[in-house]
Ligand binder design. Sequence first.
Ligand code: BG6
Ligand code: BG6
Ligand code: GLC
Ligand code: GLC
Length: 896
Amino acid sequence: MVTAVAQRLASQRKEIDDTLATFTLSTTQLQEVKAKMRVELERGLKKDTHPTASVKMLPTYVYRTPDGTERGKYLALDLGGTNFRVLVVKIRTGMRNSVRMYNKIYAIPLEIMQGTGEELFDHIVQCISDFLDYMGMKNTRLPLGFTFSFPCNQTGIDKGDLVSWTKGFKATDCEGYDVVDMLREAIKRRNEFDLDIVAIVNDTVGTMMTCAYEDPKCQIGLIAGTGSNVCYMEEMKNIELVEGDEGQMCVNTEWGGFGENDNIEDIRTRYDREVDGGSLNPGKQRFEKMTSGMYLGEIVRQILIDLTKRGLLFRGRITERLKTKGIFETKFLSQIESDRLALLQVRSILQSLGLDSTCDDSIIVKEVCGAVSRRAAQLCGAGMAAIVDKIRENRGLDHLEITVGVDGTLYKLHPHFSTILKDTVRELAPNCKVDFILSEDGSGKGAALITAVIDKYLYAMRFSDETLRDIMARFRREMENGLGGDTNPTATVKMLPTFVRSIPDGSEKGDFIALDLGGSNFRILRVKVSHEKKQTVQMESQIYETPEDIIHGSGSRLFDHVAECLGDFMEKQKIKDKKLPVGFTFSFPCAHSKLDEAVLLTWTKRFKASGVEGMDVVKLLNKAIKKRGDYDADIMAVVNDTVGTMMTCGFDDQRCEVGIIIGTGTNACYMEELRHIDMVEGDEGRMCINTEWGAFGDDGTLEDIRTEFDREIDRGSLNPGKQLFEKMVSGMYMGELVRLILVKMAKEGLLFEGRITPELLTKGKFETKHVSAIEKSKEGLTKAKEILTRLGVEPSEDDCIAVQHVCAIVSFRSANLIAATLGAILTRLKDNKNSPRLRTTVGIDGSLYKMHPQYSRRLHKTVRRLVPESDVRFLLSESGSGKGAAMVTAWASRES
Ligand code: BG6
Ligand code: BG6
Ligand code: GLC
Ligand code: GLC
């Protein structure tokens, strides 16, 4: 008896397993899918095979960034996903300019989705009408952008014939007709208002665009929602349907149609065929029907019906509910598959769907859902692998790094879909590193539109990797000019020898004083390095004020102030009677002929004290100390803050051979082979070079990438025409850059309803720390509101989003530019070492790098992309440059 039951259970189990096994795809099968997809992509692109291709590869006439965001009033429609939305960007011009955005969701009843084309477009226009009424904008002719998530044969950005309906739409008399014309006619029929339709965009393209601003590597858009589709940037020369060979164009693949030529029949199951047969478009969109939210639940339902018929489920009873099409929406699948749900909860979900189930039933239903969604994610992954490999080959690369912008309820809501998708891509396209970023719902379409407006504005601040590589090459030339004996006198990047010849080796010890002047704080430190047991460092420090009248006054007053602070510090430390060795971190460009001789070449950043340029700062400080006569000091070494930072980090990691500062100012030093340094005698060993890269561009080399805002910053600075690179990237200028952009945008009515307050017009009112606060992912928008409110502009939510975008673009540019110059140093180091791969550590300090929430990640990522043949460790200097200065002083005092 017992064995009979056990046998029956075992055989039932086997039947279920066999059924689900038809959904399991081996790696070989997935590789085949990838290969077949690749063939179809090529067929879609070629003129002679295009007419019969299952993957249509439709040209979109989007060459780079969003277009059609004219000033005035801008309207957007978003049709074809789960929701139909109408949005407006209202830009008023006149005395008081303003911009506002609104977004409203409208229902499209089933009978309209599947009625006549006229009814559908009349309904759309009615929704627009309702919206315009609500906005009081009926009497203006608005430019409109239309996200239309169906395949269209486009012949221009504003012309697209609907190829065929997909998903849940099936309105008559639309296929083969221009969607823009149909909308225009419906507007005419209504005869209430006029609109200017400027662009028709597939949802994949809209998504790619929205995400591309976050990450310039985003060149693919993926929708895994009601439907499934991908677009990507293709080389013009491969798109045979469009004239011209130069540059790129986005192609809407319409991969949902994959399989229409029977080439994936081997992996389709009887359930897929049943779903297809019962759909609005039998035989069509076969890949979509295996992968997207609209159909997965249907596949599950077909399996459940079959299992029930076979007596394996629901006690063999097929209820009316189970026969009801569409009961399993994506959200239910996602809930059922959530790992956090106990079986009991799964059961109650099934019950809420009207499916009376036992606990065993719940287990089986969950397995069915898992098998179906897993296959969907794997198939999408295989398709994506084909796309990224194609892009990689297009560019003749061994390795490609690329980002996919994604939207869609399946991807967003399902607990495992995205992970399986990513794993599959990784497995099937091992030569591509593919990142996925979500098109954030929080800012949604509104943000995309604002982005479009801003993009037009700040287009010049976003660089492709190609441009960054070009900047990297320019900086390498500058470095060579600075190092060469003949070229150094006229070089802009000075490449100053520092007379520091190695990084700490652990033998340093003693009791030192360090001064740290030139960053955001003036600090005096006592650094004790001892050798009991392990080498240990003890530090005590104090921050002193450096008031503006002192740093802008006479040089003697400045050094008197430094000497006074030093006296105070020694007094507090009770060491006024001692003559401790002093290391001086002086964060300005100095010409050295030895460690303790440093002639200031020029002030940078906030400093501008008279009578110091051209003088040896050691002498000036000694003079000031002598004049006081109340203590003695022995200044043994002057180091730049980059050098101090490299030494501080070198103390912890012997591999450190680069130091960079991204703070008030920006600069880098690195260890160069002595034989390449023409200005210093000797050929053996290495010496640290202070590049003073802030001056990059002072001879006009960066004019092509400087913007009007950069020029304005320069004009208003203490040193016009100087430190042009520094002014584009460092903390002292970043807030100001954002402020200038905001002022301009407000003036043009793009922000704050055109309100410009005295605070907004005041220099320095927007600081770099504000940029950091606003870019925080969680509380960023709240911070933006606070900060902008303090500037008196009464920001709307959309203003806050826009300002966040501006901050991101400006800070992203900074990280990208620094990645390029740092990349140049790294490739130089690699060449010096004559090795195929560089393994090194970069010591970093500076408030911008430390405080900004995204900066370091962006910098690291871009560096790795620009210098792929390197393994770089970025080491944050935890204790400032004082410790490093003490190390240098330790050697100096040993040698003297
Ligand atoms: C939305 C986009 O966020 O996602 C639409 O605004 C897109 O354009 C949709 O069609 C896709 O997802 P779903 O799940 O709604 O089909
Ligand atoms: C500090 C260093 O940590 O960082 C200074 O000790 C350096 O030497 C400074 O100048 C740079 O950052 P900021 O942001 O203060 O200019
Ligand atoms: C369908 C449409 C396609 C769209 C996708 C995602 O596949 O044909 O144009 O991008 O759904 O919404
Ligand atoms: C400025 C200085 C440079 C310093 C950098 C960072 O660029 O000229 O010497 O290293 O700021 O503080």
